[in-house]
Design a protein around this ligand. Structure first.
Ligand code: ADP
Length: 487
């Protein structure tokens, strides 16, 4: 890996525990990171245990106090420097990301800039953690409200956005004066370590940000819940693991930020601009090979345009190119692992066995390995697995619907409530449907909704809290109210 980088020192084979870059775990265990495009081992890292997690928490606990005493402007300067370093090293960071995760290199570079945008944004916000003054409730009382950092925050992040999912937790935490102990997914720890290297270069004090590499995620999650020095746990991943963490956090009423699964509906009404809808579907469905929590999972197309939309989409999908993320023109990399491939296969065969038709794709790609063809299924119904479960792969199931009322009901018939999308040119319908969709985010006439300036997050069983925007700061602060008695 290092030989492919302009700055080889960004490829770390050590974890960051407090102030120490650790090359060996106390248990002596290690684990390999592989490139999903070809199975090659690209790094071997220490597989840390509870001792090291606790050590990172202790270091964070100590470092946090001094970090919180700095002014917002001082913390902002560090984050600004980190942002500049991320942009300056975007090519290398993208190479590391594609190597460990598989997404096409230009897409990886896009993720780095997206992750960096949170660092820039929250650096700016560090100076604006405003409180409030409230008129006293009695003539001799004055009321002040201040916001303070929650303290030490644990963060557990997934493999699908190895840089951005961590950057958008770390940046607001550090901006307000928290310290963070993070555990990246074992498939993709190298992007997190590269971020830590740059944070160190930007002047983030030792201990404020740790990256613990470990394969026993359950152990790390348990310690982050059980250790009372940790005041908050922020997690991005599956709803199932979110439930486990919520149960484990109950004993200490641990504060939780949860970005969990989605099952995004993508609705195309008869009056939609079909070209725009196809464009939106391409971005929202096939980006990252369909492995994002905001990916269109169920595409509902109104009867009048169903065939035309399916044909236009198939035309675009036929031009996609599957392959190694470093190869020229590749739009779709490998899936992350065997389990992911198995689930995609299962969803397709389940749909076909219940009467769906494969319009394009439908099988493993000719490259073999973890590659799957971009796929469109038509004639899909609510009885099929694709209707209720998150597929997390490049499969677009097209459902046919007749009325607005019917489709809103279908779209909301899930325990998830993260992202939703619809296409229409009728302004009254736009407001009716946008307000009726039970989702934290609604894309209207667009398939791309993620930005650091807007609040990202879900309702129902898709999670708690928001990331990004002015609201994102609230997840890392506590409100304190002071009542002053005066003469
Ligand atoms: P995904 O399907 O995206 O892999 P997961 O929820 O399994 O979703 O994984 C997201 C993150 O949660 C990863 O860092 C993974 O290691 C971690 N994880 C998995 N199981 C647990 C657990 N029991 N407790 C804490 N973290 C976990």
């Amino acid at each position: 890996l290092a030989s492919r980088l302009k700055d080889p020192s960004l490829a770390s084979d050590r974890a960051l525990v407090g102030a120490d870059w650790v090359s060996q775990s106390e248990s002596g265990k290690t684990f390999d990171v592989t490139n999903p495009a070809n199975g090659e081992v690209i790094a071997t890292l220490p597989d840390l245990g509870k001792v090291e997690v606790t050590r990172a928490i202790d270091a964070a606990y100590k470092a946090q106090k001094a970090w919180a005493r700095k002014t917002g402007k001082e913390r902002a300067a560090v984050l600004r420097k980190l942002y500049d370093l991320m942009v300056a090293n975007a090519d290398d960071l993208a190479t590391i990301l594609t190597m460990e995760m598989g997404k096409p290199w230009p897409e990886a570079r896009g993720e780095i800039l997206y992750g960096a945008s949170y660092v820039e944004w929250f650096g700016e916000e560090a100076k604006r953690v405003y409180g409030d003054t409230i008129p006293g409730h009695q003539p001799d009382k004055r009321i002040l409200v201040i916001k303070q950092p929650v303290g030490v925050v644990g963060a557990i992040t997934p493999w699908n956005f190895p840089n951005a999912m961590l950057a958008r937790k770390m940046a607001p935490a550090v901006a307000v004066g928290c310290a963070m102990v993070s555990k990246p997914a074992a498939q993709t720890p190298l992007s997190a370590l590269a971020l830590a290297i740059l944070a160190e270069r930007a002047g983030l004090p030792a201990g404020v940000f740790s990256v613990v590499t470990a394969t026993d995620a359950a152990m790390v999650g348990k310690e982050l819940c059980d250790n009372d020095k940790v005041r908050k746990l922020t997690f991005t991943g599956s709803t199932n693991v979110g439930r486990i963490l919520m149960r484990q956090g109950a004993d200490q009423i641990k504060k939780l930020g949860l970005e969990l699964g989605g099952n995004a509906p993508f609705i195309v009404f008869d009056d939609a601009d079909l070209d725009a809808a196809v464009e939106g579907a391409m971005i929202s469905k096939y980006r990252n090979a369909g492995q994002t929590c905001v990916c269109a999972n169920r595409l509902y197309v109104q009867a009048g345009v169903y065939d035309a939309f399916a044909a236009k989409l198939a035309e675009r999908v036929s031009k996609m190119k599957v392959g190694d993320g470093f190869a020229e023109g590749v739009t779709t990399g490998p899936l992350i692992d065997e389990n992911a491939l198995k689930k995609v296969r299962e969803h397709v065969s389940d749909a076909v066995s219940k009467g769906a038709k494969v319009a394009i794709g439908g099988e493993a790609a000719e490259q073999g390995g973890l590659f799957f063809q971009p796929t469109i299924l038509t004639g899909v119904t609510s009885e099929m697995k694709v209707a209720v479960e998150e597929t997390f792969g490049p499969v677009a199931p097209l459902f046919k619907f007749e009325t607005e009322e019917e489709v809103v009901e279908l779209a909301n018939a899930t325990e998830f409530g993260l992202a939703s999308y619809f296409f229409s040119k009728d302004v009254s319908k736009i407001f009716r449907v946008a307000e009726a969709l039970e989702y934290g985010m609604v894309g209207v006439n667009t398939g791309l909704i993620s930005t650091e300036v807007a609040p990202f997050g879900g309702i129902k069983q898709s999670g708690l809290g928001r990331e990004g925007s002015k609201y994102g700061i609230d997840d890392y602060t506590e409100i304190k109210y002071m009542c002053l008695g005066i003469e």
